[in-house]
Write a protein that binds this ligand. Sequence first.
Ligand code: NAD
Length: 553
Amino acid sequence: MPTPNPRHPNFPIPGGPELRAKGWRQEALLRLLENVLAVGENPDQLIVYAALGKAARNWQAHAAIVNALKTMDEDQTLIIQSGKPIGLLKTHDKAPLVIMANCNIVGQWAKAKIFYELEKKGLICWGGLTAGAWQYIGSQGVIQGTYEIFMRIAERRFGGSLAGRFILTAGLGGMGGAQPLAGRMAGAAILCIDVDAERARKRQEIGYLEAIAPDLDAALAMIDAAVREKRATSIGLVGNAAEIYPEIVRRGIVPDIVTDQTSAHDLVHGYIPKGMSLAEVKRLRVDGQGQLMAASRASIVDHVRAMLAFQAAGAEVFDNGNLIRTQARDGGVDTAFDIPIFTAAYLRPLFARAIGPFRWMALSGEPADIGRIDDAVLEMFPDNAIVTNWIKLAKQYVPFEGLPARIAWLGHGERTALALKVNDMVRNGELAGPVAFSRDHLDAGAMAHPNIMTENMADGSDAIADWPLLDAMLLCSSQADLVVIHSGGGGYAGYMTSAGVTLVADGTAAADERLNLSLTNDTSLGVMRYADAGYADSLDEIEKKAIPHIRLG
Ligand code: NAD
């Protein structure tokens, strides 16, 4: 039985034992498609997150996908091109059920302007990273990543703790909405600015944001009190970051950590320029895209200049993966890249060992299933401090959105071991239903993005997109249930290529085989990608875990 969804009443949360498809593998993918809309930002428009990241091209395409998933046999493969189903072909029962290519535009043509033209003609859509691949699990999907960044900064600069520290950020959307909770979990006092009151309210309703301040003076007073008492808190403020960041600079206040997660990557459908109402921006999106792009870029210039001023005054400032530095540099801020990217600055040692954001969704809809898997994780990896600490915190703090789900940064061998254990739990009836696994596309072998994931790689291989393409082909060869190749849309056009994968643990022996092959090979490739770039941690991981890497020279 689906669960009512108060946030989006027309998009109930799937669950229960009844199948509408011919098997659990197909049913699982159908539930995941339903789930990304249930937890998405604007499901009426099929938009899941990141301004324009869509679950399907249009409603007609959506209906055809749903129909195919409900009627297809296990020995067929559904082919999806940028959110539109193209065909249902006979393959075999170990082949992926769904393969997708989303938003891949030939190099010289991969520009925001051409993407918008193609999008307007209905020929393409952007799938974000996890929207078009039906893997998004709500703001929780990035929460541990954001938490780990904050903790790395705490270790490096603040004696291991963010108690009594002030984090300033912006963006309370589909992904950015994780920031207030991650900041609070890390023990800090975090101020989050969003221009859209509705978004702030949404994050407060689901328990990610504690309070919304009426104005900047009140917000700063609330933060100041929490800092003095060393009390963790998350405060929202409705306003434009391009105005509020410079105003905080003007007042001479220096936060300890500054970042941003507005949709700065998209100058038309994402970022809101200062001085413009949301209604005005909506109108310009239709008939004034050029004007809107210029206004957004001008605001981003002010926004990033303020971030650079905070950095010069001693704050730890970083780009959290929204292309804000790139947009500012294109607007004339030559020093924008003095701000580091979070991957290279804090998380690369984890990626070098293919430790990254792995996630699982209880297809039964039963929160108790996630509780049982949490217990299994704690039992299986008692010496992995990052994971045990995280699971304990997540149990306490992270509310479920949509299908109950969990994310944890696990690496090579660990992901496979957990998935096989869970498949066993499904088989033994310890869980109320099957479980789906996926991971973020921001994963070791899965993404080329020279301004985010692969910036400043040790060997200069930042822009080489062979790795995600190899990853996708490898996953198809390893019996994964859904495999996807995404490239960037909107402002990300031409900036990235990534691969995604979904696997279904339905308790069968066939699931044991595909989980083992897919997860082991996916992380093997991740470690090998970083070893190829010369990272010592990866070479060490290869030796320790006997990964069959071919090393030349
Ligand atoms: P979203 O479109 O759902 O939300 C963006 C939010 O920014 C909205 O709430 C909007 O009102 C707000 N906003 C826009 N302009 C503003 C301004 N000038 N001042 C204040 N608020 C403003 O997007 P999202 O899914 O939350 O993603 C945010 C960004 O983070 C995107 O660029 C996305 O691609 C990127 N991202 C990074 C990672 C990562 O791994 N670090 C992961 C996912 C997404």
